[in-house]
Design a protein around this ligand. Structure first.
Ligand code: ARG
Length: 485
């Protein structure tokens, strides 16, 4: 026990040392941002596509595409500089981290250049001015006419935005509640969990069209006008210069007005919910099944390895396996997902896709749980079996292979099936880094349809169909195993 404690302390210390040595801050001046983009031939633009008319997703003839003012601007920057464009869609509050760790090259996401943010990143010239408004339920129009009326009320905003700040600074004693994505903010207001929300007026208008129970309040902010600019990593003068050149051109030719028209056109919706968004869910379903399978199958391979290490008699391996299993099972999957996603670039310097990062995180997570399943399965086989086999002259390996394992498998398989069901549900967590599984697609549809509720319902049904079918199959299978006893 004491040795185990020391081992944990050692691991902890090594981790602290690693993070301080390799933290992103310690990177030297990097003037080569632009060269990297040029060499790659691709500009990676980070944004949070929950913000029509600035950025959102839609389907055209069954094909998904990004649309909006920021998307048009991004396309122009890529075109002006002869590189391809890659949109990286993620949560708004993950964008700055992604830029700083090099996951994206620029952020074009309706972002306001605040003093706080300027400490972390640089900003281009402003390309748009936006206005901030309060949205309330229609039945409260008379009740909430001024900011004073909202004193002490529950006010919602998107996490880490200027709207959140505005709610704090201009509404007295506001009980500010921040949510990661705009549709969640809208849904919370609709379902009475909030009294009002702060949102960009153009974005608000887009959501109000689809949510007739909501409306703008007459209340106005003193500091409501905000600039919008493109964020680039610090010390990247060439990249900044190129971005600003495009912005100047946009201003000269008055292109923002054109971009707005195009976005408005793209926001018009035709067709039924399923015909428009069905294939988002199909993609999500496929990816959820695929990534959960990877999680369980590879998780079982590594899990078996860790289980054998833990059961075995080689002390260092035993400790290593125990430490791994305890650590993984003692930390949330959400944290592991972020650690893998940002760690692979910030610490290891690798450029790995979100899908692979998500898969790695799931495998790491599953292997720890499966290791315990396998260990328990083996331990559950009666001790006498080992003794009997050994006294008959079989060696340890032979006994394991022909006597213990065949019996252990019967304990392990059903538990593995349960683990699969768990993984299918848990895999929804990797939506946070932008892996296109069911939950992520539900969120995309929330943003595209301005309907925060229906997509969640569809997601819930899909998960249920998956897990229910799987557990039925497991039952049949377990029945067969019993018969063979
Ligand atoms: N303008 C606000 C800010 O900079 C909100 C931007 C939110 N953007 C988005 N794509 N959700 O904080």
């Amino acid at each position: 026990m004491n040795i185990l404690g020391k081992l944990f302390t050692a691991i902890f210390v090594v981790m602290i040392v690693l993070t301080t040595i390799i933290s992103p801050q310690s990177k030297a001046v990097n003037d080569d941002q632009w060269n990297k983009i040029k060499a790659r031939g691709e500009l990676r633009v980070g944004l949070s596509a929950d913000y029509a008319p600035m950025e959102f997703e839609r389907t055209v003839n069954g094909q998904r595409e990004y649309a909006g003012i920021d998307i048009e601007l991004a396309k122009k920057i890529a075109k002006d500089n002869g590189v391809k464009l890659k949109i990286v869609n993620m949560q708004f509050d993950s964008l700055l981290g992604a830029l700083k760790t090099g996951k994206v090259d620029v952020i074009i996401s309706g972002m306001t250049p605040t003093d706080e943010r300027k400490k972390e990143v640089d900003f281009s010239n402003s390309y748009m001015e936006v206005d901030q408004k309060v949205i309330i339920r229609k039945k409260d129009v008379d009740k909430f006419q001024t900011l004073d009326d909202l004193k002490g009320k529950r006010i919602g905003a998107q996490k880490q935005t200027t709207q959140e700040e505005l709610a704090r600074s201009e509404i007295q004693d506001a009980e500010v509640q921040s949510l990661t994505r705009v549709p969640e903010v809208i849904l919370s207001l609709k379902s009475n969990k909030l009294d009002a929300i702060v949102l960009d007026s153009a974005v608000g208008t887009a959501y109000l069209k689809q949510n007739k129970d909501l409306t703008f309040s007459k209340a106005t902010f003193a500091d409501s006008k905000k600039e919008t600019a493109i964020a680039v990593p610090k010390n990247s003068p060439e990249l900044l210069d190129r971005v600003n050149t495009t912005i100047k051109d946009v201003e000269k030719k008055n292109l923002i007005a054109q971009f707005e028209d195009k976005a408005a056109e793209a926001m018009k919706d035709e067709g039924s919910f399923l015909s428009k968004y069905g294939n988002f869910f199909v993609t999500g379903l496929k990816n959820t099944i695929f990534i959960s399978l990877i999680g369980v199958v590879l998780g079982a391979v590594f899990g078996a390895l860790f289980a054998l290490m833990k059961i075995g008699s080689i002390k260092p391996l035993k400790w290593l396996a125990s430490a791994y299993i305890e650590f993984i099972r003692g930390t949330p999957l959400l944290v592991q997902v972020f650690l893998v996603y940002f760690g692979t670039t910030a610490v290891l310097g690798l450029d790995i896709s979100a899908f692979i990062c998500g898969a790695i995180a799931l495998v790491i997570n599953c292997s720890a749980y499966i290791a315990e399943i396998i260990r328990a399965g083996i331990n559950a086989v009666d001790k006498g079996q080992m003794e009997a086999a050994r006294s008959l002259g079989l060696n340890y390996a032979q006994t394991m292979k022909s006597v213990i394992m065949p019996q252990a498998i019967k304990n392990i398989l059903p538990a593995l099936g349960n683990e699969f069901v768990t993984v299918i549900k848990e895999s929804s967590i990797i939506s946070v880094i932008g892996v296109s599984e069911i939950m992520f697609n539900a969120q995309v549809v929330q943003g595209a349809s301005f309907d925060p509720f229906t997509p969640l319902l569809v997601a819930a049904i899909l998960y249920f169909i998956l897990t229910f079918t799987l557990s039925r199959l497991m039952n049949v299978f377990e029945g067969r195993l019993k018969v063979s006893d």
